[in-house]
Design a protein around this ligand. Structure first.
Ligand SMILES: Cc1cc2nc3c(=O)[nH]c(=O)nc-3n(C[C@H](O)[C@H](O)[C@H](O)COP(=O)(O)OP(=O)(O)OC[C@H]3O[C@@H](n4cnc5c(N)ncnc54)[C@H](O)[C@@H]3O)c2cc1C
Length: 769
């Protein structure tokens, strides 16, 4: 039996999955600190590696080649991964303010959020240009541009603002990428005019003259027109206005100028330099707040002015990790000296690059190969992670008390001894004050049907069922499958509501049951607040009032809801109503179970996880309404037993045989890949017992996708039987209402087609409409 993890006593929060924090995550994965919980907050789930961006645009690399997938890395680090955007820091209360959830508390904070071209410094630019960062926005725009150019022979013009390494590399990569796209479309030339503008008197002003002369020639050879001494003073729509009075108009305007800082560091009260970057010591501790560190582009190291380049952010990884660890231990911090000279490798669009160091330059295909090797090694360091079973270094117990670290300081990050273990039974109930404090912070709203709810001290809630209606009740409860309590709250609430909607009912009231892992009381309050905030958002979105709850301590985070809905008896949708000839309509793709199972093993791509998490939070309300409007005769929500298991339940209850076409069942991205790897949820084997009621076409037997029919779903889709003549209209309406994967997956067999064994599922390889 595993012993429970030590209670959380301190929170290390990392914001931004930049070049520095990937090293910090790996460090804490190799060397976890008992009692320290690491949390990563990142806007994107995939961290782009700057050195490979030009190659990604030119088409030498795939998205996966040039990005570090943060989900498996965070899993390796045993870190919570919160997909969110920092919008400020409440330094007094030590909380990170996020765009999409309640503030996240920290004891120690580290910021590695990078920089973005300063579009706000030029009037009109923010509204009209495409900044190269954030990269995902730029990459999506670039993909569309490439498709547009490939699909037209009309001339297209692109203006690029910025004559540093970024601007030059982007211009050359775009030229190369567009030429290849045109070639692939069967045209000789790309018909694209590219012009590059810089306010300096030459391109690459920070590099040796030989480098800028060489690149001026390469740009010219590639037909890219360079305008030096052109400072953009205003952008108006697609037109650039320059300080010298000139103007130029383009179809696309790309912005690759000097890095700028966001406003939030200054607005939050962090000490910043004249450009707005966070001032840090050579220990990477901020000048103003000893429990806040910063690294990479967002930081300005005192006494070591350096350009904003990924190479510095990368080098800061190990010293930052060591200093965060020292701060947590209460030990003194160690300074480091950023290097002055570094190797610059700039690609020329094709598989060719120029290197510069100490004033010397060399060029060639071999330089590109060299750069490629360095870049791929960096990505591999954070994507091919060692197996840590039994290998983690135990640091021993966390020290009690705190001592000053580094210079300055308002109390160390170390906190007192961890919470004592408590009793089970009623003794494990978390103090009601904690629950009420959390709920008070969130301000739950009421419901007209609730007579006695959260705002009353009574022993039980009282709800009024409207005259002529019946109460529809259900309960669900499960252990947390993700490390983000806010998202877990949202998904658990949505999952519970699925039962009410599947029955054709309207949500009325519900109660929450929560198990919180033991931690310092303030940590438990924070977790509960995040959890309940997520749940309340979804419950209120769908019109269900939270009227009570029970919270207790346990080994791991778990949550569930008892929910009550109301419906007119004649509107109820039961499993038993299927009629021969009905079509089976499924509203959502299948595969959440395998994606979550792969995530637990660090084997799922973030893109798959993000899509699955988004799906699990979507409301069933519009789909339930549409199924009802199209005369649904029976319905269920696809959850723990998987699609096949729930369909069999319906068939048995209705006394009919059903057929399902595997070819039409929609699956989440990644689900088939995971099934092929043989990774399944722990419930999967139990669900396979339903196979005794399945008559499968031999062509289906070897297909791993067939296994996905038994994959337990969390907040899975609604499955309904719809009269045959209304099924297509129903699917169309579902798609128009935001269920793009809605589809007819099978039918209820008529007497002539049936084998005479009610409760059997006939599984076919092809479609069964
Ligand atoms: C086209 C181009 C090519 C470049 N090539 C090179 C090169 O070859 N070599 C080199 O040394 N440098 C290069 N650079 C510069 C390099 O990109 C930056 O210096 C480097 O990315 C900085 O790293 P970082 O870790 O500080 O931040 P980033 O790599 O920008 O990472 C910051 C992360 O934080 C996340 N984030 C940002 N804001 C928030 C927020 N508010 N909340 C939550 N998360 C947030 C982002 O999602 C991002 O993943 C290039 C730049 C460009 C534009």
């Amino acid at each position: 039996m595993h012993s429970p993890p030590p209670p959380v006593t301190r929170d290390l929060v990392l914001v931004g999955g930049g070049h520095t924090h990937v090293a910090v995550l790996k460090h804490f994965g190799m060397k976890p600190m008992p009692g320290v919980r690491v949390t990563l907050i990142s806007r994107e789930s995939n961290a782009p590696y700057s050195g490979m961006l030009p190659g990604l645009i030119a088409g030498h690399y795939t998205f996966a080649d040039a990005h570090i997938d943060l989900a498996p890395l965070a899993r390796f680090a045993q870190a919570r991964f919160l997909r969110d955007q920092l919008v400020g820091v409440d330094l007094e209360n030590k909380r990170v303010l996020c765009a999409g959830r309640p503030p996240v508390a920290f004891d120690l904070l580290s910021l590695n959020t990078g920089s973005a071209p300063g579009v706000r410094r030029v009037a009109g630019a923010e509204d009209s240009v495409v900044p190269v960062k954030p990269i995902d926005g730029f990459f999506a725009r670039w993909t569309r541009l490439r498709e547009r150019v490939a699909g037209t022979s009309h001339p297209v013009s692109i203006g690029i603002v910025g004559g540093g390494a970024g601007g030059v590399e982007i211009a050359l990569s775009i030229r190369y990428g567009l030429a290849r796209a045109a070639e692939a479309a069967g045209r000789a030339g790309d018909n694209v005019r590219i012009e590059l503008f810089t306010d300096s008197s030459e391109i690459l002003p920070a590099y040796p003259v030989r480098m800028s002369t060489r690149f001026a020639r390469i740009l010219e050879d590639d037909g890219i027109v360079v305008h030096t001494d052109h400072r953009v003073v205003r952008v108006d729509g697609s037109r650039l206005h320059f300080g010298n009075g000139a103007r130029a108009t383009f179809d696309e305007l790309l912005w690759v100028t000097t890095a700028g800082a966001p406003d939030w560091p200054r607005e939050s009260g962090l000490q910043v330099d004249e450009r707005g970057f966070i001032r840090v010591r050579d220990t990477l501790q901020t000048l103003s707040h000893p429990d806040v560190f910063a690294a990479g582009d967002i930081a300005a190291v005192e006494g070591y002015p350096r350009p904003k380049a990924g190479v510095f952010a990368v080098r800061q990884g190990p010293p930052l990790a060591r200093n965060l660890e020292r701060r947590l231990r209460g030990a003194s911090l160690a300074g480091f000296r950023p290097q002055r000279e570094y190797l610059s490798l700039i690609s020329t669009g094709r598989r060719h690059a120029v290197a510069a160091r100490n004033g010397l330059t060399v060029a060639g295909r071999w330089v590109w190969t060299w750069k490629d090797r360095i870049d791929r090694r960096f990505i591999r360091d954070y994507t091919e992670l060692p197996s840590m079973d039994g290998e983690r270094v135990d640091d021993g117990p966390a020290p009690a008390g705190s001592s000053e670290a580094g210079s300055g300081g308002r109390g160390g990050a170390s906190v007192g001894p961890g919470p004592a273990m408590r009793c089970g039974g009623c003794g494990s109930k978390v103090g009601s004050e904690l629950l009420f404090r959390s709920l008070a912070r969130l301000g739950a709203t009421g419901h007209p049907g609730v007579m006695v709810g959260l705002d009353a001290p009574d022993d039980a809630a009282v709800v009024q069922v409207p005259v002529g209606q019946v109460a529809v009740q259900s309960v669900d409860f499960f252990r947390s499958f993700i490390d983000d309590p806010f998202l877990f709250g949202r998904i658990t609430a949505n999952h519970a509501l699925g039962d009410v909607f599947a029955m054709g009912a309207e949500p009325l009231a519900g109660m929450a049951m929560v198990t919180l892992p033991l931690a310092a009381e303030e940590k438990m309050e924070e977790d509960l607040t995040q959890l309940m905030a997520g749940a309340l958002e979804v419950l209120e979105r769908d019109g269900l009032a939270l009227v009570g709850g029970h919270t207790s301590e346990g080994r791991e985070l778990a949550m569930g809801f008892s929910v009550t809905g109301t419906a007119r008896p004649e509107d109820l949708l039961r499993k038993s109503g299927m009629r021969p000839g009905d079509r089976l309509v499924l509203t959502r793709p299948v595969g959440t179970g395998v994606i979550l199972a792969a995530d637990m093993r660090g084997r799922a791509q973030s893109l798959w996880i993000d899509a699955a998490l988004a799906l699990m939070q979507e409301s069933h309300r519009p789909a339930a309404r549409i199924l009802g409007e199209h005369g649904a005769t029976a319905a269920t929500d696809v959850t723990g037993f998987g699609l096949a298991g729930h369909l069999l339940e319906m068939a048995r209850a209705s006394g009919v045989e059903v057929s399902l076409g595997l070819a039409d069942v929609p699956f989440l991205d990644g689900a088939r890949e995971v099934a092929r790897l043989g990774i399944f949820s722990s419930l999967h084997d139990q669900n396979l017992r339903a196979l005794e009621s399945v008559r499968a076409d031999p062509r289906v037997t070897g297909d791993p996708a067939a296994q996905l029919l038994f994959d337990p779903q969390t907040a899975g889709g609604l499955l309904a039987s719809i009269p045959a003549d209304r099924a297509e209209a129903c699917v169309e309406a579902l798609r128009a209402a935001g269920c793009p994967h809605a589809i007819v997956v099978g039918r209820v067999l008529t007497e002539g087609a049936a084998s005479g064994t009610p409760g059997v599922l006939h599984l076919h390889a092809g479609p069964v409409r």
